[in-house]
Design a protein around this ligand. Structure first.
Ligand code: SAM
Ligand code: DTB
Ligand code: SF4
Length: 350
């Protein structure tokens, strides 16, 4: 990393253009920039595409918790983890709609439902479809994350009116196999393709702080920014290390147990610059982040967060502390908007 050197030249890409031909070297060069140059550039890109002081609030609900057959090394919900988490059945539609109404009353404009599945079974689909329709009828944007989808399942969700489907690549293609063995990076891309083809918006990001290298973070952002279309929403999670998970145990009491705050901020800034129109979501891990680090993340272009006391199973910052932080920063919750049109219809999409 160069220290104390200010490069006065503008970045190579025209500000505002959407590029999907980023090279790894270009992404690496962004990570290497002096921090203040990087933040300045990210903030300029951010302001060219987004309201600078508005942050989208989303609420998460785990509609089916634990007992997941996949072996994702970070996840408390895997049957391979020894976290003592009690597995539940799929919630009933009424209870989900009650939780959604509560989230809306707390100012949330997007409701995200997550299930600890490798993939939904066809017999689950009617209830899932009812959930989507019910939440949408309340005037909220809808998002689901249910694991892998067949082409047909993706189309059923799109037809029900699901606005976003979350499916993360999680890390670089090279590191993927070290974190998860029960499915491949290509499996992830296949589901993302089904989601894209169905006309739904794509929500795709990953986790930093899993003991990965800078090179992996470069590969992670590069993989996202060179998808055929940028995901409309990019969640950047900081690993929540959970005792009993492979990664939680492996990293515990090591210097890698927590990602360096500034490296996290750099990752957010590079995501913002590489994917100018996407919503960049500061996702898991906020609970253990200082307000100052979160301020830097917003400066770097993050414009979406999860609200409430709980993510899926892990604790979250909570409404009261977020309201105080928003007041301190002069941030306003983003109003519910019509969901972004599918990527092919956006200006400059390529
Ligand atoms: N089972 C579905 C799947 O994996 O596609 C959906 C739910 S899964 C919990 C959604 C995402 O949450 C994962 O892809 C991962 O990025 C994130 N996640 C899970 N556990 C996490 C943890 N301990 N810390 C940070 N992010 C985590
Ligand atoms: C995403 O990227 N982050 C959210 C959402 N997608 C579903 C989930 C974070 C989960 C954190 C760990 C937990 O609550 O178990
Ligand atoms: Fe299952 Fe999703 Fe957790 Fe992986 S991240 S173990 S697929 S719930």
């Amino acid at each position: 990393m160069s220290l104390g050197h200010v490069d006065p030249r503008p970045l190579p890409q025209a500000r505002g253009a959407l590029r999907t031909d980023w090279t790894r070297a270009e992404i690496a060069a962004l990570f290497d920039r002096p921090l203040l140059d990087l933040l300045y550039e990210a903030q300029q890109v951010h302001r060219a595409h987004h309201a600078p002081n508005e942050v989208q609030l989303s609420t998460l609900l785990s509609i089916k918790t634990g007992g997941c057959p996949e072996d994702c090394g970070y996840c408390a919900q895997s049957v391979h983890a020894e976290t003592g988490l009690k597995a539940t059945k799929l919630m009933d539609v009424r209870a989900v709609l009650q939780a959604a109404a509560q989230a809306r009353d707390h100012g949330s404009t997007r409701f995200c439902m997550g299930a600890a599945w490798r993939n939904p079974k066809d017999r689950d689909m009617p209830a899932i479809v009812e959930m989507v329709k019910g939440v949408r009828a309340m005037g909220m944007e809808t998002c689901m994350t249910l694991g892998m989808l067949s082409e047909r399942q993706a189309q059923m969700l799109a037809d029900a009116g699901l606005d976003y489907y979350n499916h993360n690549i999680d890390t670089s293609p090279e590191r993927y196999g070290e974190v998860i063995s029960t499915r491949s990076f290509e499996d992830r891309l296949e589901t993302l393709n089904h989601v894209r083809q169905s006309g739904m918006n794509v929500c795709c990001g990953g986790i930093v702080g899993m003991g990965e290298t800078r090179e992996d973070r470069i590969g992670f952002i590069h993989a996202l920014a060179t998808l055929p279309d940028h995901p409309e929403s990019v969640p950047i999670n900081a690993l929540v290390p959970v005792k009993g998970t492979v990664l939680g145990d492996m990293l515990a009491d090591t210097p890698l147990a927590k990602i360096d705050d500034i490296e996290f901020v750099r990752t957010v800034a590079v995501a913002r610059i590489a994917m100018p129109q996407s919503m960049v979501r500061l996702s898991a891990g906020r609970e253990s982040m200082s307000e100052s680090t979160q301020a830097l993340c917003f400066m770097a272009g993050a414009n979406s967060i999860f609200t409430g006391d709980k993510l899926l199973t892990a604790p979250n910052a909570g409404d009261d502390s977020d309201a105080a932080m928003f007041a301190k920063f002069g941030l306003a919750p983003m109003a519910a908007a019509d969901p972004a049109p599918p990527a092919g219809l956006r200006q400059g999409a390529g």
